[in-house]
Ligand binder design. Structure first.
Ligand SMILES: [Zn+2]
Ligand SMILES: [Zn+2]
Length: 237
């Protein structure tokens, strides 16, 4: 039971920072926060994604290109031409590394990208990734009621990319559409309890800068509800 709670906690905390910080803040600038809060969020994104931390600046540039070229050949992670999920993930990984090289090589000092050189270097090292993997494995060694639970460990190791995969694959292949857009974006679930609103891709591609991804009365964007709460607390503007 404790293991499942650990998995659920890790799933949602890591997902929250992906949708809140990497997607809605770094990529779309849907809200503002002061530099100190930004550093805290950067650090918490690193801690929560751990082994599979996704660099905010690279994520943002890649995601902006996803919107710009959605489901065309220039889209860095369109699933349209893929039937194999493995090949799709490899392509997305290679594209992501290109964006990492881009932000490291260049001159991209744009103030609208959150940067923190120390964490970026630290997070991208094998020592850090292995340390996080040891922490996850230790929790399993201590609390697993049976050996079979260890099969869940890869979900922890690849948490960030797994979330990305679910949104990119299912959000552009499976579900219904509220808007007939030129891309193939879909709303995968009627109530997105699984991905905190990220699976309303069709709504999001229609209005990329709208912080609320829900449109229809039955759709609930839990990510937006959290944003609303953080705004009330004046943590974000
Ligand atoms: Zn999309
Ligand atoms: Zn987006």
């Amino acid at each position: 039971m404790l293991i499942l709670l650990f998995l659920i906690f890790h799933w949602y905390i890591s997902l929250f920072f992906q949708t809140f910080f990497l997607h809605r803040y770094a990529s779309h600038r849907m809200f503002k926060m002061n530099k100190f809060t930004e550093k805290i969020c950067f650090f918490l994104t690193f801690i929560s994604q751990g082994t599979s931390f996704l660099n905010p600046a690279a994520y943002a540039l890649m995601h902006r290109d996803h919107h710009k070229y959605s489901d065309t050949v220039d889209d860095p992670h369109s699933p349209q031409s893929f039937t194999s999920k493995i090949k799709f993930n490899l392509k997305t990984f290679n594209e992501y590394r290109k964006y990492i090289n881009k932000i490291n090589a260049s001159d991209i000092k744009s103030s609208d990208l959150p940067r923190w050189e120390l964490i970026e270097k630290l997070s991208d090292s094998w020592i850090t990734r292995i340390s996080f993997a040891i922490i996850y494995t230790s929790v399993y060694i201590i609390y697993s009621p049976s050996f079979w639970y260890f099969l869940l460990l890869p979900i922890h190791f690849f948490m960030g990319p797994i979330h990305g995969f679910i949104v990119n694959w299912y959000g552009h292949k499976v579900g219904y559409r509220n808007f007939n857009l030129s891309d193939n974006s879909r709303n995968t679930l009627f109530i997105d309890f699984l991905m905190l609103g990220e699976l309303y891709q069709n709504n999001h591609h229609k209005s990329p800068n709208n912080p609320d991804f829900s449109i229809k009365w039955f759709e609930v964007d839990f990510g937006y509800l959290i944003l609303f709460f953080l705004k009330k607390l004046r943590i974000i503007k």
